[in-house]
Each structure stands twice: as C-alpha cells, then as structure tokens.
Design a protein around this ligand. Structure first.
Ligand code: PLP
Ligand code: 3DJ
Length: 410
C-alpha cells in the first residue's frame, strides 16, 4: 500500500533524530535531496565562520598559533570516531583527488617499488582514475582498469601495488563489503585505498574493524562542511612510518619551523599534510563535526534506509508505466541514496523538480539521484518530495520549455 501523509507524520513523531533538523539552515520551501553532493549548512557553521573571520581581523598572524595550524589533525581526531578510526589516524587536508595521489605514491614507496600497477575501477567517480593516470604518466607506473561489474580477484596479480575503490558507488549507491575486499587484496600482497565520499556521514564506517589501512574522503557531502571543505585521509597506525608521500611539503615535515634544506617526513599521520590550508574553510567543518559527535550512528543508518524506502514505496507503482528503472541496490547493500533512470527525460524531470523546490541531481546518462540525509530531512519531507515527483511525471510537466536549459552541476 502506498504510504499516506499521516503515516509519514507518525514516523516523524517517533524519530529520535528529529531534533537535529532545527540545527540546520535550509531555505524556506526547499526539499533538499542532494546532501550526497553538497550538504546543508549547520547553523553553528555560520557562527564559526564569523568567529574565524574576526580572529583574522583581530589576531592577524597570531591566529596560526591559536588553532589554525593544527586544525588538520584536530579535526582529524574529531572525525575519526565516525570512521571507526582512532586518534592520530585521520588528517583533514586537501581533497580526495590530492589525497589519493599522496597515498598511491606512499604505497609505491613503502613497497620499495617492487610492484608497479595501479588498479582503479571503471565507472567509479572519474577523478579517482584520472589521478592514477596522472601519477603513472609521470612515473612510469602502469594504470589498469577493473571493468564495471568485473571480478576483482581476476585482476589482482603480483604486479598490482594498489587498488582504488569506492565503498559506496556515486551513481548506483551500491555498498561494498569493505572487510572482505580488503582481506582479498592484502592476501595478494597489494593495498587498497577506500574512497569514502558517499559513506562518511551517510552510515557507520568501521575502518579499523574492517582491517583497512588506507582511505580518503570528503567532508562537503554528508558531513556538511561546506562547499570546498577540506578532504580527509586515513592511514592505520601500523602503516604510518613506511616511506614518503609524494607531495612532500613543509607542513608534513618533521620540524616545519626549523626551515631545514631537506625534507624529513613528520612522524605519524602528520606526514600526510602538504602546505598551507585555508583556516577559513576549517571553521564551519569543525562546527559541523562537533554536531556530528552528538549523533547516534545506528539511529542514523536506520533512518537513512527508512527514508529511502519511504521514497521508493511512494513511487514504485509509477515506475513501470512511466519507463523509470529503479537501480537502487537492495537495502542491505546500499548507501544513502535512491538511483532512478529515465533514459529520455531524466534530466528534464530533475529540472522540473528543482523548479518546484525539490532538489536532487542528474548524472548523465539518464540517472536521477536522490540523497537521504537523516539529520535534516523528515519523513514528511520525503513523502512530499515523492508527491512532487509523481505529479511531475504524471502530468509530464518536465516537457515545459523553460526547464530545458542545461546546468553543469545538478
Ligand atoms: C566518489 C568520489 N570520489 C571523488 C570525488 C571528487 O573529490 P574531490 O573533488 O574532493 O577531489 C567525488 C565527488 O566530488 C566523489 O563522489
Ligand atoms: N565536488 C563537487 C564539485 O566540486 C562541484 C560540483 C559537484 C561536486 C560533487 O560533489 C559531485 C559528487 N561527487 C557526485 O557524486 O557526483
């Protein structure tokens, strides 16, 4: 039976996370289902940004000794519990692309260049392959692609140094078994770097418990750090002293303020820092991570799945007759998004929804993505978003001429 508005409201009344919605500033009239691309703004983030702006004005360069310089590791420690990592295992720095470059180079160095192939997955977010290609082009390493749907075991041989995989796929939302795959890759003598872009803040992640040594991720999606918020990098405690990372800048030096002529890597996770970061960009993220410390991740996962299922339950009867394919994986194998394909009009449907204030996004070819962020979405929001979706599709409102100017992002 299609869920009713009253049933959605009832779920809201019993929602243990309902109180978090008021901690976010969302524009009036917007139903935001794109937190898997850019998270919403925590109210505390605005205040934190203003404080850092004033700190710059009032304290000038002294600010670097008042929390700016050590923000990468301080925020890393704040983030670590959400990832199943310990203190000193996460640093917040740069972005996913640069952090992958650092870890790939580090792994090659730590293996004493005994292996020379980097394997990345076809169909994954392309920056992960682009950066592997860039590193190979400048070093003589070899880049190989694991085709989408291919069996990883068939592509691991004694030449493979590192594999780059997403825990949750950015298009389908498929969740991988991180522990089993990490064990498989390590049995073959290679390392795997996990891209957590679509899992960090979307569900509980257990890096230590899954035997993971290397991971990267971003904080601008589910973690609500803001546009261009810094990325993060994780290295297991036992794997932090194995060599150099290739972006060997002064912030990753053992004694940055000694200004020595030669590079010497800092101990621990600090060697994965590079150069000067934006103190302004760390301020809203720190406020958001403090909010995240209050979140019960088991409750978050339960609500994330329930929101996605509610959206599907409201719409499944529509899909077949309207030529829409639901490629969202089964509940136990998904992240926090629903992925629908309408080959001909997917883009136009998303634009028509945005015109109504329902923000999802479109990824060519044909894919409509809807992200479910339990901290600021209610069950009623999702029910209403599904109602809009139904109306747009049933009335073919998406064929309206004003909606067909293409935007790069959504
Ligand atoms: C899975 C995945 N990896 C990498 C990226 C790119 O990361 P960045 O732009 O932070 O380097 C994104 C999204 O932007 C992504 O979804
Ligand atoms: N990182 C982004 C950006 O710099 C501009 C526009 C969008 C993004 C995104 O995050 C896209 C997102 N990673 C995706 O899954 O498609």
């Amino acid at each position: 039976m299609t869920p009713t508005l009253e049933s959605a409201r009832k779920l809201d009344r019993h929602d243990p996370l309902a109180g978090f919605k008021a901690r976010f500033a969302l524009p009036e009239g917007v139903l935001y289902l794109d937190g898997n691309s850019l998270g919403a703004q925590p109210r505390d983030a605005r205040e934190a940004l203003a404080l850092t702006r004033d700190q710059w004005r009032d304290e000038l360069v002294k600010g670097w000794n008042q929390g700016w310089f050590d923000a990468p590791e301080r925020l890393g420690d704040l983030l670590a519990p959400l990832l199943g990592a310990g203190p000193g295992e996460v640093v917040v720095s740069d972005n996913i692309t640069l952090n992958l470059f650092k870890l790939l180079g580090y792994i090659i160095d730590s293996q004493k260049r005994a292996r020379s192939v980097i394997l990345s997955e076809g169909g994954n977010f392309p920056s992960d392959s682009y950066i592997a290609q860039g590193l190979c082009r400048f070093t003589g390493l070899e880049h190989r692609v694991l085709p989408e749907g291919g069996d990883l075991a068939d592509y691991l041989d004694e030449r493979v140094a590192a594999v780059v995989l997403s825990q949750v796929h950015y298009r389908t939302g498929r969740l991988r078994d991180m522990a089993a795959i990490t064990a498989l890759v390590r049995e073959q003598g290679a390392e795997v770097i996990w891209d957590l872009a679509h899992s960090a803040g979307a569900m509980p992640v257990d890096l230590n418990g899954s035997g993971v040594r290397y991971a990267v991720g971003c904080t601008y999606k589910y973690l609500n750090g803001g546009p261009g918020a810094p990325g993060f990098l994780y290295v297991h405690k036992d794997s932090q002293a194995r060599g150099w990372q290739p972006l060997s800048g002064w912030h990753g030096h053992a004694a940055p303020f000694d200004f020595e002529g030669d590079y010497a890597p800092a101990p621990g996770i600090l060697r994965f820092r590079t150069g000067t970061h934006s103190a302004l960009a760390y301020a809203p993220l720190e406020a958001s991570l403090r909010l995240w410390r209050e979140v019960d991740m088991t409750a978050l996962r339960a609500k994330s799945l329930a929101l996605g299922e509610l959206f599907q339950d409201c719409l499944t009867d529509l899909f077949e007759s309207k030529g829409i394919e639901d490629i969202t994986p089964p509940v136990a194998e998904r992240g926090s998004q629903v992925a629908l394909i309408h080959r001909e009009h997917g883009y136009a449907i998303v634009q028509a929804l945005i015109a109504r204030g329902v923000i999802g996004d479109y990824r060519a070819p044909g894919l409509m993505r809807f992200g479910f962020t339990p901290l600021y979405l209610s069950y009623e929001d999702v029910w209403q978003a599904a109602r809009h979706f139904r109306e747009v599709v049933e009335t073919r409102e998406y064929l309206g001429p004003a909606l067909l100017t293409r935007s790069a992002v959504t």
